[in-house]
Design a protein around this ligand. Structure first.
Ligand code: NAI
Length: 260
């Protein structure tokens, strides 16, 4: 896969998966524009501070980006321990607003990659709530929308990723005339600073998952998949959600569908 010479925007660049995605793109000869609320420790070509819970900050950050982006990797996200309306704002509304603002600046054949999660795999059981959220939710009404749809506590993290996977599928052909496509990567548990939050929130279920898995993932397991989805070789993959989880998605599906 070749990404040399491409210009790629990476959110969440200051930590974990986003930092590794940026490092691997740069090692492969791409130019990285990093975005985060915190300064990255690894240098990038351009760093733009952004608060994805704040529409004014998103607009200001998008205004700093020049035309001609080849990739947008939406990696930044909050764990389930954050308040529900903030999780929905950062993990979905902010990602959506940034994407809407940057898609106009993307080159022909560009690629958008959203980091979702194994936690979003339950979307087929929540399509009514998801459609309702996508129809009405905004930064102005996010608290009321969460209340109305009963998105409280850690459920917000799962719901944010369910919405993200469905929104990605809905956009399968939105920019087909420009060759621009959007896909998701769904990691299982990955060793980054937020893994402890997941284990604290999910309790016994997380411990059981960690027991079944041979090992937790590392950012180095996820970054190559993100990079492949930004390469021209993956041009026909559109609206997909690719699990990268040591087999956990397959395991859950086998259990749910009595496949053994
Ligand atoms: P991390 O905590 O290491 O990195 C998240 C980054 O997002 C941080 O640099 C943080 O500053 C940034 N961020 C958070 N809120 C922000 C805001 N309001 N504005 C701008 N930037 C903000 O976490 P990690 O693990 O690298 O997570 C990256 C993505 O991967 C997230 O979307 C997460 O949901 C997803 N993921 C992580 C898994 C894991 O086990 N670590 C599993 C599945 C998905």
């Amino acid at each position: 896969m070749n990404v040399a010479g491409k210009t790629i925007v990476v959110t969440g660049v200051a930590s974990g998966i986003g930092a590794e995605v940026a490092r691997q793109f740069q090692a492969a000869g791409a130019r990285v524009i990093g975005m985060d609320r915190n300064e990255p420790s690894t240098p990038v070509e351009q760093f733009i501070k952004i608060d994805l819970s704040n529409p004014a900050s998103i607009k200001a950050a998008a205004d700093c980006v020049a035309e001609g982006i080849d990739g947008l990797c939406n990696v930044a996200g909050l764990p389930p321990t954050a308040p529900a309306e903030i999780v929905m704002a950062v993990n979905f509304l902010g990602l959506q607003a940034l994407t809407d603002a940057l898609v106009e600046k993307m080159s022909q054949g560009g690629s958008i990659v959203n980091v979702a999660s194994l936690a979003g795999a339950g979307w087929p059981g929540a399509t009514e709530q998801i459609n309702s959220f996508l129809a009405d939710a905004s930064f102005d009404n996010i608290s009321e929308t969460c209340e109305r749809l009963d998105i409280v506590g850690p459920r917000a993290y799962f719901f944010s990723k369910e919405v993200l996977i469905c929104w990605t599928m809905k956009h399968r052909w939105s920019w087909r005339d420009r060759g621009i496509r959007m896909n998701c990567v769904s990691p299982g548990p990955v060793e980054t600073p937020i893994l402890a939050d997941f284990i604290a929130t999910l309790g016994e279920r997380a411990e059981e998952d960690m027991r079944i898995m041979d090992r937790p993932g590392a950012p180095t397991d996820i970054a190559p998949v993100v990079q492949f989805l930004c390469s021209d070789e993956s041009a026909w993959i559109r609206g997909a959600n690719i699990p990268c989880d040591g087999g956990m998605f397959a395991h859950v599906q086998c259990q749910m569908n009595n496949l053994g």
